[in-house]
Design a protein around this ligand. Structure first.
Ligand SMILES: CC(C)(COP(=O)(O)OP(=O)(O)OC[C@H]1O[C@@H](n2cnc3c(N)ncnc32)[C@H](O)[C@@H]1OP(=O)(O)O)[C@@H](O)C(=O)NCCC(=O)NCCS
Length: 243
């Protein structure tokens, strides 16, 4: 288990993150000794034995995610925006920061595993997304590329990417955060941003592009399939609150 300083600072008590593997033979009382008040575990969904052991300890499921992967073969798209000339996808400019932070705030309220933990302050849960969006826009540790969709120069969607293993032969781009303005959903905007991200990844000579999504977020799963991504690596996020 490793302390998540960013989460500890935000919530005001010690938070740890783990893949759960070393907790297989632990008890609640042993974990309590560690001094952490919240343990967030992201566990391989294929390891049902481990998940059941964690349930016995008191961990509760908070979300299930899968990674969608695209191997970057056959990157040859025609944009479905061609009959809607006001819509474009372009590179992010620093002056888009406020628009992206606001879009994250309105899109991720009540979204994801933190919000599903009734012990966590909801305002602080939303701040996670707000800060994450701000860091994505301003800090290269968070993203190497952001693509934004605009309608007549107004930002209506975005998706960020981070390159991993930059100096290895297995380098790839992983999605960071992305959303589309609620007024523009269901118009294939996100699928188009995903495809533009594939073109960018291919031009960077990456080996693949991947994105993590919640399996019950049907629209984002459909967007991935529309853009030719294939699912793999399902994981479950579990929380243990320690009194
Ligand atoms: C997920 C999200 C980015 C999708 O953006 P979008 O531009 O509306 O996606 P698309 O228009 O490409 O829609 C993809 C598909 O989902 C469908 N869809 C859209 N909303 C839907 C809903 N509420 N229920 C079921 N299907 C839905 C679309 O009709 C389309 O289906 P099709 O392929 O059969 O035509 C957007 O809903 C959003 O910003 N949600 C909140 C933030 C979020 O979830 N971000 C992603 C986190 S990983």
């Amino acid at each position: 288990m490793k302390e998540s300083e960013i989460d500890s600072n935000r919530f005001g008590f010690k938070v740890a993150k783990t893949d759960g593997i070393k907790l297989r033979n632990s008890t609640y009382h042993e974990i309590k000794e560690s001094g952490f008040k919240l343990i967030i575990a992201r566990v391989d969904l294929n390891d049902i034995d481990l998940i059941n052991k964690m349930e016995d300890i008191g961990f509760k499921i908070k979300d299930i995610q899968t990674t969608y992967k695209h191997n970057l073969d056959n990157i040859n798209f025609t944009s479905s925006f061609s009959n809607q000339p006001s819509l474009i996808i372009r590179e992010f400019n620093l002056s888009d920061t406020d628009a992206l932070v606001n879009l994250a705030k309105s899109s991720f309220n009540n979204y994801g595993h933190y919000f599903k933990n009734e012990k966590l302050n909801k305002r602080k849960c939303l701040e996670i997304y707000e800060d994450w969006a701000y860091n994505t826009c301003t800090n290269s540790d968070f993203s190497d590329k952001i693509l934004v969709a605009c309608d007549n120069d107004v930002v209506i969607g975005y998706l960020s990417f981070k390159i991993h293993n930059k100096f290895s032969i297995k380098k790839y781009a992983a999605g960071g955060m992305g959303a589309v303005d609620s007024k523009y959903r269901g118009m294939n905007i996100f699928s188009e941003i995903l495809k533009a991200g594939l073109v960018w990844s291919s031009n960077q000579n990456l080996n693949w592009c991947e994105h993590n999504v919640l399996i019950n977020n049907i629209s984002v799963n459909k967007s991935m399939i529309n853009a030719g991504f294939k699912p793999n690596k399902p994981v479950v996020t579990m929380h243990l609150n320690i009194e």
